[in-house]
Design a binder for this molecule. Structure first.
Ligand code: VGL
Ligand code: ZN
Length: 219
């Protein structure tokens, strides 16, 4: 059974990360229905929304002479340069229209990446890994102890969020078949090593939905 101390965090299920979007993840829209199915079973549902000002420093367009997917050194460490994406107020930054049931259910929407000079993959910290978003406090105040994560992209925002969650002391599970990856230069395998070392576990969508089903419907 899922408990009152469980929460679902749906990461960045936005148009720009879905097919046709500015930073499309292959098959990204395949996470929409699983996300809605999960949301129906959780008391606490949190959404994250990548939310960049135009001209954000994580955009390759803000670095003349650099190209998309180049790595650069930022004051806080190495940073990959992305195509312009999830610009505040644009259709690309909006949640996928199919996510409406989960959006309606959600109690908290955490926007991230809104500071012009610093990127934020994690739902918990900016990419300096020290500036908090406030989400950990919000979850603790609600008595949440265990987190299930799903969404986009497995190897960036989902992985960073999960690794931080485990370090912050939450029991953390990634619903991996309700996620899709960018997978550049082996980033998916590398991120799996990182989250496993942090104590994050992977779980299948079907297993979570079975856990969530009331016993009466199994009989
Ligand atoms: C993401 C790259 C840049 C993500 C966000 O949601 O995984 N990746 N911004
Ligand atoms: Zn971004």
């Amino acid at each position: 059974m899922l408990a009152d101390t469980d929460a679902l965090i749906l990461i960045d299920i936005q148009n720009d990360f879905c097919p046709g979007g500015a930073l499309a993840v292959a098959d990204g829209d395949a996470v929409v229905e699983p996300a809605n199915a999960l949301a129906a079973h959780f008391g606490t549902v949190v959404l994250t929304q990548d939310w960049h000002p135009a001209g954000h420093r994580s955009f390759a367009s803000a670095h003349p002479g650099r190209r998309t997917f180049d790595m650069v050194q930022m004051p806080y460490g190495p940073q990959m340069l992305w195509p312009d994406h999830c610009v505040q107020g644009t259709t690309g930054a909006a949640f996928h229209p199919g996510l409406a049931p989960a959006v309606e259910k959600a109690q908290l929407i955490v926007r991230k990446g809104f500071r012009p000079l610093i990127d934020s993959y994690s739902a918990f910290f900016e990419n300096d890994r020290v500036t908090p978003t406030g989400l950990a406090g919000a979850l603790r105040e609600r008595g949440v102890q265990r987190l299930y994560l799903a969404g986009l992209a497995t190897d960036y925002c989902v992985a960073y969020s999960a690794t931080d969650a485990a370090r912050l002391g939450f029991e953390t599970l990634i619903v991996e078949d309700a996620c899709r990856a960018i997978d550049l230069h082996g980033s998916l395998a590398a991120s799996r090593r990182d989250w496993t070392a942090a104590g994050v576990r992977s779980v299948g969508l079907a297993d979570v939905l079975v856990l969530a089903a009331p016993l009466a419907s199994v009989a």
